[in-house]
Ligand binder design. Structure first.
Ligand SMILES: [Zn+2]
Length: 463
């Protein structure tokens, strides 16, 4: 009885209450249509948008009112490929400071990974950190070089892996190159029954086309696409013919770079067009992680605008030293030109209507949190997307692919994850760097608060 009275009172109070947060007189960008809605008032209560209108919104004593005059409001951004569980304490403030309000974490080697991920999700619900969808541990094989990989060889192993993800409430499964074809095929069936999407790398010994037809939801990195539409004999011959740098150390990495270059050069255009059409038909999304491909040129990566400010100084110094070494120069030379094959891949994907997602592969050397996602948006534009399409790849598209209703939108009923910009990103994508404030789960963070949190977190990392 008492409970129901309390509930009734709560309902009456909230029906009567003024919004927690009002952003006044702002231009709202509709990412899908590219429309700009001027002079809107956006009202937010309990973490959700309750109205977007040209009519004035009445504020109360406890409402925070933000002047949006001359500013542009976009949905919070996604980095759809990160490895951040281990470094969450400094990655999280950097994400928020760069407008990244959601991430998809793609593997953790932490033994306590599941518990950490659950804790991270609670922080997001309180509006303190980005939202995270996560997989826990990679499903792969003995040859996969990472810690914490689940080695999956038989159908029974696959069943156990699916069960482990389900029991721990993970959002999806990430497959990796070492999983056996038998286990992969079994896993795809069992994951579907358990309603767990499967994302990830292309399993070795499985053709890209088969992974697409079996329903893998995303294909990560450009190489998976190239593997599906290059002539393997030509690629092998090319790789053998390349000049090797006269340099000791990590021959495996040099060979890997030569392999990537060979597959880029051995592409058969009509096969790539057919593969892109197949992906489009099956709703398979591509996560090209362009910025990660470009780390083959480490010196260039370290020169990314905003890089230094987004790294603990100890790590910045360490990576700068690595980047300046003759070995890094040899890697860049072995890899050859990166942007022109990426351009042709993006053009083919775009022409076929394949969904492209913005992701960075943060966690790898030379990639800094948050700022790398903004750079990825610029690179997607350099690779051939329009400014609007690049924004889509980090807002509406991830929300759709991951089936997360209420994210990536600015209408009544959507979650209040928002970025307020000083300038219009549809005019120049680099305007995503001009952040005025960020809202996550209805909580307002001014730029100065975000910058202070970043400095504190980087300082703590250096100590
Ligand atoms: Zn990754």
């Amino acid at each position: 009885m008492f409970d129901s009275i309390a509930l009734l009172l709560a309902a009456l109070v909230s029906a009567d209450a003024h919004p927690d947060l009002i952003i006044e007189n702002v231009t709202v960008l509709e990412v899908e249509s590219g429309e700009k809605l001027p002079s809107r008032n956006v009202a937010i209560t309990d973490g959700s948008i309750i109205s977007v209108s040209s009519e004035p919104v009445e504020s109360g004593e406890n409402s925070l009112v933000i002047d949006g005059q001359g500013k542009f409001l976009i949905p919070g951004l996604w980095d759809t490929h990160v490895h951040s569980v281990t470094n969450w304490s400094w990655h999280a403030p950097l994400f928020l400071a760069h407008g990244v309000t959601s991430v998809r974490n793609m593997h953790t080697s932490e033994t306590e990974g599941y518990a950490i991920i659950r804790e991270i999700k609670k922080q997001a619900a309180r509006g303190e950190a980005p939202r995270m969808i996560a997989n826990g541990f990679i499903v792969g094989g003995a040859e996969d070089p990472w810690d914490g990989v689940l080695e999956v060889v038989t159908a029974e192993d696959a069943r156990k892996a699916v069960e482990m993800h389900r029991q721990n409430g993970m959002d999806f499964i990430k497959v990796y190159e070492g999983i056996s074809p038998e286990a992969y095929r079994a896993l795809m069936e069992m994951a579907e029954e358990a309603a767990l999407p499967v994302d990830g790398h292309l399993p070795g010994r499985i053709r890209t086309q088969e992974a697409v037809m079996l329903g893998q939801r995303t294909i990560e990195h450009g190489i998976a696409f190239a593997l599906g539409c290059s002539d393997p004999n030509k690629a092998e011959a090319l790789q053998a013919s390349y000049e090797r740098p006269a340099l000791a150390g990590l021959p495996g990495l040099i060979e890997f770079m030569l392999m990537l270059r060979a597959y880029d050069e051995a592409r058969v255009e009509e096969d790539c067009v057919a593969l892109a059409r197949l992906m489009s038909d099956h709703g398979t999304a591509s996560v090209p992680t362009i910025i990660n491909s470009l780390t083959a040129d480490a010196e260039l990566s370290m020169a990314t605008p905003g890089q230094r400010e987004a790294l603990p100084s100890s790590l910045y110094a360490q990576w700068s030293e690595m980047a300046a070494s003759p070995f890094s120069e040899a890697v860049a030379k072995a890899r050859g030109p990166v942007m022109s094959p990426i351009r042709s891949e993006i053009a083919t994907l775009k022409e076929a209507g394949v969904t492209i997602l913005a992701g960075t592969d943060l966690g790898n050397p030379f990639i800094a949190p948050g700022v790398s996602l903004l750079r990825e948006l610029e690179l997607l534009v350099e690779a051939g997307l329009s400014n609007r399409e690049a924004l889509e790849a980090a807002t509406t598209a991830p929300a759709k692919v991951f089936k997360l209703e209420g994210l990536g939108c600015i209408v009544a009923g959507c979650k209040a994850d928002l970025v307020l910009l000083e300038a219009d990103p549809l005019e120049s994508i680099s305007n995503v760097r001009r952040i005025s404030s960020v809202v996550i789960a209805g909580h307002y963070h001014s730029k100065s608060d975000l910058d202070r949190d970043v400095l504190q977190a980087l300082d703590a990392e250096d100590r």
